[in-house]
Design a protein around this ligand. Structure first.
Ligand code: COA
Length: 390
């Protein structure tokens, strides 16, 4: 039985910062951000968007009534969850009006969690071939104003329906995974910002990639020749390129050129959104599928997932016949086209505007946020979500 990605949707907030302007404000050369880091724009989350609303908005446009009935498992991957106990999946399940006979859980392992979700979904479909699973990767990446991580912030979510006979990407079974207890990036429960040893995380990302890629080749018998493209988890777009370059000497000029061209296409969306942690690898896949003009049905796409702390995985999938007909290119183009730039002063103001941490109530102005699903406030310690269009 073929199992894989049947639908894929994406959401990012309506405002962004131009990285050239951020560079000027931080007294660094713009090329450091646009070339050295490889980011052009950075999505900014208004106070009315959190990991729940981003995920629900990402799923809203891709689900039809049949999905709502057949989805019996919601897996919410995030490292910016809103509760230590209740899963984000339960809120999203309600906001999307899904069948009550469903499991709903949250999974966490830094940026790796959505990959774990997809693999769990695969196992569930093997046992229940008629089921569909909704896997969400949703995050707001916050390092802090004027920190070295600031240029790698972002916000957004990817939603995927995993099912039998998928219409976009069939997942293959040669997965290789690796865990090692390291402190390259973490966020203690008392902090709303991540701690990061940036250089060490870069080194570890590449080391993990080299190990899982080598083991994947042994397990699958495939090498770079068999990969039409490789998508990477992208904390910033230069990161995947650094990893890819470490293996390109092993192949021909033709394959090198193909992989580098597809790599550039696979970073288009990420370059204009920033890091969305759990969803980043899948945003890169979406970028490749929606922006590439010459990807053929039946092509094999390699996928490298990395979540600091750290867990890495390499796996692959096969593009399904006419997969382009099942993408939501128009919606995603409109999402990007309708975004508005905010200047640095306004971004800093929005960044500092946080929800009360002392348990008090708050009412938020959702009319400034064009998203369908928004956070409207907090009452009696309960977040209040609204879908403006239901
Ligand atoms: N033109 C072009 N490139 C320039 C430049 C210029 N004027 N100025 C600097 N650069 C390049 C640097 O050479 C460097 O490239 P390299 O990494 O290929 O050598 C790159 O820009 C970044 O510069 P660097 O001095 O290393 O930046 P930094 O110390 O401010 O930190 C990170 C960069 C990524 C470490 C930091 O943003 C971070 O910690 N991010 C969060 C953690 C993360 O994303 N980790 C990834 C693994 S999950």
């Amino acid at each position: 039985m073929k199992i894989g990605i049947d639908k894929i949707g994406f959401f990012t907030p309506h405002i962004y910062v131009d990285m050239n302007k951020l560079a000027v404000a931080r007294n660094v050369e713009p090329e450091k951000f646009t070339i050295g880091i490889g980011q052009s724009q950075m999505a900014v989350a208004p106070i009315t968007q959190d990991s729940i609303t981003l995920a629900a908005n990402a799923a809203l446009k891709i689900l039809d009534d049949e999905d709502r009935e057949k989805i019996d498992y919601v897996i919410f991957g995030s490292e910016s969850g809103i509760d230590h106990s209740k899963s984000g999946a339960v809120y999203v399940h309600q906001l999307l009006g899904l069948n009550p006979n469903a499991r709903a859980i949250e999974v966490k392992q830094a940026c790796y969690a959505a990959t774990a979700g997809i693999q769990m979904a695969k196992g569930h479909i093997v046992l229940n071939p008629e089921s569909k699973v909704l896997v969400l990767g949703s995050d707001i990446a916050r390092y802090g104003l004027d920190t070295s991580g600031e240029s790698t912030q972002g916000a957004g979510a990817v939603a995927m329906v995993i099912s039998a006979n998928p219409r976009i990407l069939e997942l293959e079974n040669h997965n290789v995974y690796l865990t090692n207890d390291i402190m390259d990036f973490w966020r203690p429960i008392y902090s709303d910002k991540a701690f990061v040893d940036g250089k060490f995380s870069n080194e570890q990302y590449i080391a993990f990639f080299n190990k899982v890629w080598t083991a994947y080749q042994e397990k699958s018998g495939f090498d770079l020749n068999e990969m039409e493209a490789i998508c990477f988890h992208l904390p910033y777009t230069k990161m995947g390129l650094k990893a890819l370059r470490t293996v390109l000497d092993d192949t021909t000029e033709e394959v090198r050129e193909r992989l580098l061209n597809h790599y550039t296409t696979s970073t288009t969306y990420n370059r204009n959104v920033g890091n969305i942690y759990t969803g980043s690898l899948y945003l890169s896949l979406l970028s490749l599928l929606e922006q590439s003009e010459d990807l053929k049905d039946g092509s094999r796409i390699g996928m490298f997932s990395y979540g600091s702390g750290a867990v890495g995985e390499f796996f692959s999938g096969i593009l399904q016949p006419n997969y382009r007909n099942h993408l939501n290119m128009k919606d995603h183009k409109q999402l990007f086209d309708s975004r508005k730039e905010v200047l640095i002063e306004e971004y800093e103001h929005i960044f500092k505007e946080t929800l009360p941490a002392d348990g008090s109530d708050i009412e938020l102005d959702i009319m400034k946020d064009p998203a369908s699903i928004c956070l409207a406030g907090i009452t009696d310690h309960k977040r209040q979500y609204v879908n403006k269009h239901s």
